[in-house]
Write a protein that binds this ligand. Sequence first.
Ligand code: GTP
Length: 354
Amino acid sequence: MTRDAGVSQAVILVGGQGTRMRPLTDTLPKPMLSLMGLPFVERQVDHLQRAGVRRIVFSCGYRPREIEEYFGDGTSRGLEMGYVVDPEPLGTAGAIANAEDLLDDADVFVLNGDILTDLDLAALADHHRGLGAEATIALTPVDDPSAFGLVRTDADGRVTEFVEKPGADELIPGEPYRINAGTYVLTPGARAAIPRGEQVSIERDTFPLLAARGGVGALASDCYWRDIGTPASYLDAHLDVLAGDVGFIDSPGQAWVAPDARVDAAAAIDAGACVGPGAAIGPGARVGSCVIGAGASIGADAVVEGSVIGRDVTVGDGARVSDLVVVGDGAAIAPGAVITGPTSVATGATVPAA
Ligand code: GTP
């Protein structure tokens, strides 16, 4: 049972271009990509609501309409939902400042819209209040921090240093590598430190500024955490859910097939497969650890393995798609074609047989 965090409002950052997730993000903003039949960001909305949040502001930029049309004003969920749109990309802090007019003068949770986690939001808020911090960041451990922002803290859990994409010479042997997990609590005072209408990064600009005056707390945990920034991590997020590493599904250890998907009795669906709503899998087809998008059609005797297939894609009879091929929405792969990744097929493209 999730505890009430005592923070009633949240901003979800959903305005990024999602360039690393192309071509899937040609047609949808990254937070709206599906995870077991529901938009990814819907999992975050549920997580916030269970922790007592009542108002959620989506800070949008790229393709805002898909998000607003899906969630509306939130009434049907018992939430207040609002939207702001960057006039031009404002960066992660600029996008928070842009939401200020829809927020109360109280603490707010901020979530990157591309993180799957079962983080204890109440524990984060408790730590924040206990320290009297202006901003408190959730931290997650990684083996290799070189692609992330390493966060160092003192024994009380106050941030002492941020090291963006540290080189080997900046790492201290034996230190725990902890990175910003893309979930924060911010006071009104922390938000006031962000200049409005400018491009500002919370990681590179605002947090270092607040940390220099001792105002940033951090709480490390080893809860489940994954960012879905790349096709490989998007695929892995599905495998984690199937394995039962993070909530959502009743029967871990087996494939997830949407109730209205049509799977031929003579098709083989591996335990790591997710077959989206309205998809069809033909006789003799084999679907390995894959994400099959809504309305996609996998032909007879086709093999799809370790790949992400977009919405309404057609994979022809006997075709073979494997090793991290990302197929954009509406693409058609001819019968007998062989595509081996890592590679991608553009949205709406046609791939002939060799
Ligand atoms: P890449 O282009 O692949 O790096 O993805 P991205 O654009 O989503 O960037 P990144 O993964 O760093 O963003 C983290 C979160 O912040 C995502 O949920 C983005 O939607 C969001 N975000 C990033 N930049 C902006 C911005 O300028 N404005 C708004 N509103 N949100 C942003």
